[in-house]
Design a protein around this ligand. Sequence first.
Ligand SMILES: [Zn+2]
Length: 67
Amino acid sequence: MTTVLQFPHARVRKPGEPARELGLGLLAQTLGVRRETLSGHWCSRCNGIWYGFLLEVTCPVCANRHG
Ligand SMILES: [Zn+2]
């Protein structure tokens, strides 16, 4: 079972304001997995994207778990 969020193309952002890169999720950092195996997750609190391994759902910057 996978519940990976869609890459947030549909999210509304201010024009000219690129998404922030928030880095890797804690699990991804711990395992040292390759970037290609990670999934992008949107954090609405940080207004940016972080990359997590499998079912990681927690933003590494603010610990937001709700996208
Ligand atoms: Zn966040």
